[in-house]
Design a protein around this ligand. Structure first.
Ligand code: FUL
Length: 476
């Protein structure tokens, strides 16, 4: 006999837009603008518009590179701190319209959003509130100008999946400061693009991970306390952004933004990171309950350099080969110490709605869970012959909240004793645990502490023979 009651949500939960966003896993960031031509990281805002002169701009190429690498969306710096707009923004006199490029008729946002749509990629924008060009910056009038800018960029190019709010505000000596009207900015975005996930140090859609090194916390809660905080100087401590708040009142998951090169903008003197470093970043972001936003800056031709494209192809091939075979599918038997609604005296009834078989199916919305009162439980996988693996993938069913606080993994040795091979804390949307290669016929995942009945929708075992850090155990 089965109780069919669905488990109740626990704590703050994501909106459906946040769930869809989290399932994208990897997106491409594109820093492009006057800095691409001057070699600066932060333009002054005084650059002539004619400096923006890509000779062979092809957003179709960016999209092709992104698609082949497995990115689901692209976020472009529609306006960086120098204020130059990659589209003809009526609220600014410092845009492609004033540039000699394509006789003032060019529009990068149009080209990119069209190319994304054709390829089935999502399109997002970074529009820097800090503006070193806008004459009104530093006065209340600028907040109106910025909202007009938002309205222009968000109303003409179709759905915008993510809006990236940088927190910078008159940085550096003698910089003009602006009192940003964040509430108004958010309302403006919400009105035009209700589904947009808004990034900032404090969300509301997703949060900065607190560093630009490609590293989310090993412990990473998708919850954050935002009350009393704001993007930029009034943001929570960076360490808090890296780990989230255990009891945070809002669902604000982490996004790890990092550049494939040293800088955010392209420079001929810099080169893409190694494959090993990209895999390290992948495991430390996607593998730690964070989205990865990898910046791949086009050069002054308006094209992604071949060496970056080639590195991304290697990255894709590596991920495909590492995650090609989920050894969990070889299990001849999967069982759990507790199954919601299952009565031991009635083992015949099938299928078990919340049984552990849901951990190895391809249905995102099916999961294994326990009775409400059970907050520690284990799942066991048995194989007909030994399986060799060094990666464990766990996924919590986040539409019902984030629950798991700590877990460990054990394999059954030949002498019949269980040996602990890895342990972890939070899981969240996805946790990939790294450990030295083991070979076993029985594996158990023990959730020893969960804030409510654990709800997992996936377990996977993989063998990665490509990524070779000095120490495989990512907890150390
Ligand atoms: C920062 C900016 O100041 C950098 O230039 C870059 O755009 C990065 C992604 O965000 O706050």
């Amino acid at each position: 006999m089965f109780a069919q009651t669905d488990p109740a949500p626990y704590g703050p939960v994501p909106t459906s837009a946040q769930v869809q966003w989290q399932r994208m896993e990897m997106n491409m960031f594109v820093h492009f603008g006057p800095n691409t031509f001057t070699g600066k990281e932060w333009g002054e805002g005084t650059e002539t518009e004619d400096i923006f002169q890509p000779t062979q701009l092809d957003c179709g190429q960016w999209v092709k590179v992104a698609k082949e690498a497995g990115f689901q969306g692209i976020i472009v710096t529609a306006k960086h701190h120098d204020g130059f707009c990659l589209w003809s923004n009526p609220a600014s006199a410092h845009t492609v319209r004033q540039s000699a490029w394509r006789n003032g008729q060019g529009d990068v946002l149009k080209e990119l959003s069209d190319a994304c749509r054709r390829a089935g990629l999502k399109f997002g924008v970074y529009i820097s509130p800090w503006d070193r060009n806008a004459p009104t910056y530093g006065t209340p009038a600028y907040n109106r100008t910025y909202c007009r800018t938002l309205r222009s960029a968000l109303s003409k190019y179709g759905p915008v999946f993510e809006m990236w709010f940088d927190g910078a505000c008159g940085e550096g000596p003698n910089g003009k400061r602006q009192v940003y009207d964040w509430e108004r900015f958010r309302r403006t975005v919400r009105r035009l693009q209700p589904q947009t996930v808004m990034f900032s140090d404090v969300g509301p859609g997703c949060r900065w991970v607190g560093n630009e090194e490609g590293r989310a916390g090993v412990t990473n809660w998708s919850r954050l306390d935002v009350e009393g905080y704001a993007p930029g100087a009034q943001a929570p401590p960076q360490d808090t952004l890296t780990h989230g708040n255990h009891d945070g009142a809002c669902w604000v998951p982490a996004e790890t933004d990092v550049s494939i090169r040293t800088g955010w903008f392209h420079r001929d003197s810099e080169h893409p990171k190694s494959l090993q470093e990209l895999l390290r970043i992948y495991y430390s972001s996607v593998g730690r309950n964070s989205l990865l936003l990898l910046n791949v800056p086009p050069d002054s031709r308006g094209l992604i350099a071949e060496e970056d494209a080639a590195r991304l192809r290697e990255f894709r091939e590596a991920l495909d080969s590492i995650f090609a075979h989920d050894l969990a599918h070889n299990a001849i038997f999967v069982n759990a110490s507790n199954i919601r609604g299952a009565k031991e005296d009635d083992p015949e009834v099938k299928p078990i709605p919340f049984g552990p078989q849901n951990l190895i199916d391809d249905d995102y919305d099916s999961f294994w869970t326990t009775e409400d009162t059970v907050t520690a439980a284990e799942v066991i996988f048995e194989f007909a012959k030994p399986q060799s693996f060094n990666r464990l993938v766990l996924q919590e069913y986040i539409p019902l909240g984030q629950r798991v606080e700590c877990f460990y993994v054990e394999v059954l040795d030949a002498d019949g004793t269980w040996r602990r091979v890895a342990e972890g804390t939070t899981v969240g949307y996805k946790r990939i645990v790294l450990f030295d290669k083991v070979s076993a016929v029985s594996v158990r995942i023990v959730i020893d502490k969960s804030r409510a009945n654990p709800i997992l929708n996936r377990v996977g075992f993989y063998l990665d023979e490509i990524y070779n850090p000095d120490n495989q155990n990512d907890m150390k």
